[in-house]
Design a protein. Structure first.
Length: 279
């Protein structure tokens, strides 16, 4: 019964959006986009509290959000960690331990609507805007991002090339926004006409269409070196699209793994990141 409900609910939501579009296509498109940007999980669970609260905690007020930051202090270079969709800074627990062993100064951020940060919605442009004040404050030389956080790290460097950041590490960043929009369309059974209206809303709000938001395309303009870590069988960030990021990024090292999953958490990956940072 539970699986049946999970299949039926998106179709019902899609029908509601299409019905609303009969009266106001603009409002329906806005509602659809907000739904697209609404994480359903990622708040801190009880078993995650001890690790996160062991750090130095600070809330940063930026872009109308209270963004939770964590700091594990060290005397070395400052590293900024950006988690992905429906996650929070707890995902970095094993990497933080590795980085502490080499005395890096570590800053982690809970994205809007995730962890202890405020908000209901999360998008790459919003994530980027929120971390920019944090980058200016802490002056990290390295940014490490997973999934949506990796997209944000690359997009931020593309948008703000003159910053303290000297290296990027991106784990499993999806490349094409259009891939996710197509999945959203299929899940809710939305028409091509409805998606066109949603695309117009996207352009009016952010200045780009879905097809134009390509991390692989943005990577062409990156001047700093980076490490791109991809899972060969990743269904959430398909390898054939994400590899284009490395193809277009002039100073990128590609590290491919298998049978790790989209989370890309393993001792081998942590050691690869650490060795890359120590180069």
């Amino acid at each position: 019964m539970t699986n049946q409900i999970k299949k039926i609910v998106p179709i019902l939501i899609g029908k509601q959006l299409k019905f609303r579009a009969l009266w106001s296509s603009d409002k329906a498109a806005e509602q659809a986009f907000n739904l697209f940007c609404s994480p359903q999980k990622g708040r801190v669970r009880p078993e995650e509290e001890d690790f996160l609260e062991d750090a130095k905690l600070e809330k940063v007020l930026t872009k109308g959000h209270k963004i939770q930051t964590y700091q594990w202090e060290g005397s070395g270079d400052t590293i900024l960690l950006l988690h992905g969709w429906e996650s929070n800074s707890y995902r970095w627990r094993s990497l933080v331990a590795e980085l502490q062993n080499t005395n890096f100064n570590i800053i982690a951020v809970d994205a809007p609507g995730q962890g202890y940060s405020s908000g209901k919605y999360l998008s790459v442009p919003l994530y980027m805007d929120c971390i920019q004040d944090i980058i200016e404050k802490h002056q990290p030389t390295v940014v490490i991002g997973h999934s949506l956080g990796g997209m944000t790290a690359i997009y931020n460097q593309y948008t703000h090339p003159e910053s303290s950041v000297e290296k990027l590490v991106a784990l499993g960043p999806p490349s094409e926004l259009s891939f996710f929009m197509k999945g959203f369309q299929n899940t809710l059974d939305l028409s091509v006409q409805f998606m066109s209206k949603m695309d117009e809303y996207l352009f009016g709000r952010f200045g780009f269409y879905a097809a134009g938001f390509s991390i692989a395309k943005f990577a062409e303009n990156l001047k700093i070196p980076g490490l791109l870590i991809l899972e060969k069988n990743d269904e959430l960030a398909p390898y054939k699209y994400s590899k284009r990021i490395a193809d277009n990024w002039n100073k990128c090292e590609l590290y491919t793994v298998e049978n790790v999953g989209h989370s890309l958490q393993s001792d081998a990956i942590n050691k690869k990141i650490l060795s890359y940072l120590m180069m």
